[in-house]
Design a protein around this ligand. Structure first.
Ligand code: IPE
Ligand code: MG
Length: 233
């Protein structure tokens, strides 16, 4: 969810105002995704690298996380949304950690839409922790398979992402779901996150529907060996 700062700057507002506007974008985007039948939506709200931002900005983002839960939890729960958290909960301040844990617990049996909040998340750390947990459990080297690692990532049990959207005009993934998104379709848009509305969701999904996904295979399973041999020399 990139572009909050630039959105604010363009309006002569503070970066914190941009983050607030960005938080307000979440609800309508979620609703539109639900209308389109999206089953899992993952929002990258705060990366492990974001701790390096000025203290006041970090605080404003953490408080927005708290406010988002306080404002929306009842409504999300009633709508059948299952909240999950991706990332390191322990390093988050108590006021956020407790709320996230309770929200996850309260909504665990909901099944209409899974909403992953990637908050204090880093893709490489996710992989490292998965491998560490295999080692801790004494898993033999030959049993360290792709499936075994996948099963211990923060996204364990969830399907791989089909579509990865980055707003704000940057064309990189910045350590987001680096393992899980190996075969995702990428969609980059100049729209700043606070401007990413239902119409932008539609545009991303229309573009996605036009992509041909081959997962490293050839289209239609064509077998060149079975093509007629070229005549002449
Ligand atoms: C939001 O956008 C990303 C978060 C860390 C919440 P930015 O804060 O990166 O906005 P820009 O890139 O400065 O516009
Ligand atoms: Mg940015």
């Amino acid at each position: 969810m990139d572009g909050n700062g630039r959105w604010a700057q363009a309006r002569g507002l503070r970066r914190a105002d941009g983050h607030r506007a960005g938080a307000e974008t979440i609800r309508p985007v979620m609703e539109r995704c639900g209308q389109h039948g999206v089953e899992v939506l993952t929002l990258f709200g705060f990366s492990t690298e974001n701790w390096g931002r000025p203290h006041t900005e970090v605080q404003s983002i953490l408080k927005l996380g708290r406010d988002f839960i306080d404002t929306h939890l009842d409504e999300l729960d009633a709508a059948g949304v299952q909240l999950r958290h991706l990332g390191d909960l322990d390093r988050l301040p108590g006021f956020l950690r407790g709320r996230v844990a309770r929200a996850v617990e309260r909504t665990r049996d909901n099944s209409k839409l899974i909403l992953n909040l990637a908050f204090n998340y880093g893709g490489r750390a996710d992989i490292v922790e998965a491998v560490q947990s295999l080692i801790r459990d004494g898993v033999a080297a030959e049993d360290v398979t792709e499936e075994a690692i996948t099963a211990r990532l923060a996204t364990a049990g969830l399907p791989e992402p089909d579509l990865l959207i980055r707003t704000g005009g940057e064309t990189r993934i910045s350590n987001f779901l680096v393992w899980q998104a190996a075969y995702a379709e990428y969609y980059f848009t100049d729209a700043l996150w606070p401007d990413f509305d239902a119409g932008e969701v539609d545009a991303a999904l229309i573009e996605f529907s036009r992509r041909q996904r081959r997962f490293g295979l050839v289209p239609n399973g064509d077998d060149e060996e079975s093509l007629p041999a070229e005549s002449g020399s």
